[in-house]
Design a protein around this ligand. Structure first.
Ligand code: KG4
Ligand code: ZN
Length: 337
């Protein structure tokens, strides 16, 4: 406890960010340290799992120490240790889980395992008084889900991707355009310089799957367009391709989310996950929401992987009566829904 507040130490190592955060009463961020590993992965064009685990191992102690220092607390002030235990890269997850178990054991503090996707949804609760129910569009590197969150811990999946995740599509197209890794932010930046109506890429509508997504057809259409141009010697305007591709993804995400909100009679919509950082997506949601819907999204830093969202989700899970013990395991494919 610190100043009468419950202190949660969050730890996140599911992919390529080593992160530790201190959050008071589940919502107030006292520190949120994020050490990105991009510099070690970018030359390979994606995350190399073995490098990710090794870098987490090298940095986890210093990152947690910095989080405690910035929050002006030490381990004795911590009331709960919350750690991502899936889904993610198994070797990377194991570093965070082992570290969290060691802290829990040595400092005699309760431990809670958190689902990474639930963490992304909970990023919406940080630093404001937002409450369920709402429709949440979860769009990350590995997930694309349309979820109705009725209450804390109560989710109904209304739609999901039938093939690629939205973030995966951004990363693949960025690679095809030689924009480097990670692809989402690169496309977001360069698309601002392009004409999004330059090329008409298809948005999949699959009969019987009105609230599901499909990005593989769009991905093939962009790749075919690039091949066609290269074969015919037509010059490719990367800005226009990026902008037109982004428009198609954004349009599918916005249309289906608004449809889900209408069907469930829910006027509050929240965005979550790395792709929720996309400036065009945020802008289009605001534009299309009009008077009928209220759109919420976390700040850009809280959309991508960070430990504050894990601390927040862990706090609420603990308050619902859950806790973990030292047998907590990491799962690459941990399910939330
Ligand atoms: O949530 P996240 O940090 O990690 C996962 O849990 O997967 O999401 C990473 C994904 C990557 O695919 C990345 O390219 C994408 O989010 N992303 C973006 C933007 N920032 C990150 N996609 C589009 N626009 C962005 N600004
Ligand atoms: Zn994530």
């Amino acid at each position: 406890m610190k100043d009468g507040k419950m202190i949660t130490l969050g730890i996140e190592t599911s992919c390529d960010e080593t992160s530790a955060a201190v959050v008071a009463d589940g919502r107030k961020i006292l520190s949120n340290i994020i050490l990105s590993q991009i510099q070690w992965h970018e030359k390979f064009g994606g995350v190399v799992p073995e490098i990710a685990s090794r870098k987490h191992l090298e940095n986890i102690c210093a990152v947690v120490e910095k989080a405690l220092q910035e929050a002006s607390i030490d381990f004795s002030d911590v009331d709960l240790v919350a750690v991502t235990h899936g889904p993610g890269l198994i070797g990377a997850l194991l570093v965070g889980v082992s570290y969290a178990k060691a802290v829990s054991f040595a400092a005699k503090k309760p431990l809670i395992g958190v689902n990474h996707i639930e963490g992304h949804i909970y990023a919406n609760f940080l630093e404001n008084d937002f409450e369920p129910p709402f429709i949440c569009l979860v769009v990350s590197g590995g997930h694309t889900h349309l979820v109705y969150m009725e209450d804390h811990g109560k989710y109904t999946v209304l739609g999901r991707t039938l093939d690629d995740a939205a973030g995966e599509a951004f990363d693949k197209i960025a690679r095809a355009l030689d924009l480097g890794y990670p692809g989402g932010p690169a496309i977001d930046r360069i698309a601002r310089l392009g004409n999004e109506d330059a090329i008409s890429f298809p948005v999949a509508h699959i009969k019987g799957h009105e609230l599901d997504f499909s990005f593989s057809g769009l991905k093939s259409a962009v790749l075919n367009y690039l091949n066609h141009c290269r074969q015919k010697g037509i010059s490719i305007k990367v800005e226009d391709v990026a902008a037109s591709f982004q428009k198609a993804v954004v349009s599918a995400l916005v249309e289906k989310t608004l449809e889900a909100a209408r069907e469930t009679d829910c006027r509050v919509i929240a965005l979550a996950g790395g792709v929720a950082a996309n400036s065009r997506l945020r802008e289009e949601f605001q534009k299309r929401a009009g008077e009928n819907f209220e759109i919420r999204f976390p700040s850009v830093k809280l959309c991508t992987d960070n430990a504050a969202m894990i601390a927040c989700a862990g706090y609420y899970r603990y308050r619902r009566g859950f806790s973990s013990d030292l047998s907590l395991e990491a799962y690459a494919n941990l399910k939330l829904f």
